[in-house]
Write a protein of this length. Structure first.
Length: 121
């Protein structure tokens, strides 16, 4: 269980696997999203370092990535927005993100609306 910035308790869909907490999904053992070679979960710092390394490598091909800071949270947010644009409703997003209510998920949607609004200005 994690506490979000607004004090809301979150279940931590992705974070639980990365931090190695035992969880089950539909009565099956949870497998980490980013495992070490022998299946143990990577630490948050190791995931962030790996993302930075991949971003640095990709910036040779895609120069626009050079000045971008990409974090595990950036990828989580990007995936949530892709799911939303694909038609997943707010309740489904909240469940996938591990939020106990849709209140925290509303922040993602508000940011998306603001980005769309500024792109038309």
């Amino acid at each position: 269980m994690f506490t979000g910035r607004d004090g809301e308790r979150q279940l931590g869909q992705l974070g639980g696997g990365l931090l190695g907490k035992e969880r089950t999904v539909a009565d099956r053992p949870y497998r980490p999203a980013v495992p070490k070679p022998h299946g143990q979960p990577l630490s948050r710092d190791a995931v962030a370092a790996r993302i930075t390394r991949y971003n640095d490598a990709a910036s040779g091909t895609y120069p626009s990535l050079h000045d971008k800071v990409i974090t595990p949270h950036t990828l989580r947010h990007t995936n949530a927005m892709a799911l939303h644009r694909a038609g997943v409703d707010i309740a489904g997003l909240a469940l996938w993100l591990g939020h106990s209510t849709t209140r925290s998920t509303d922040v993602y949607l508000h940011a998306d609306i603001e980005a769309q609004r500024t792109s038309f200005d």
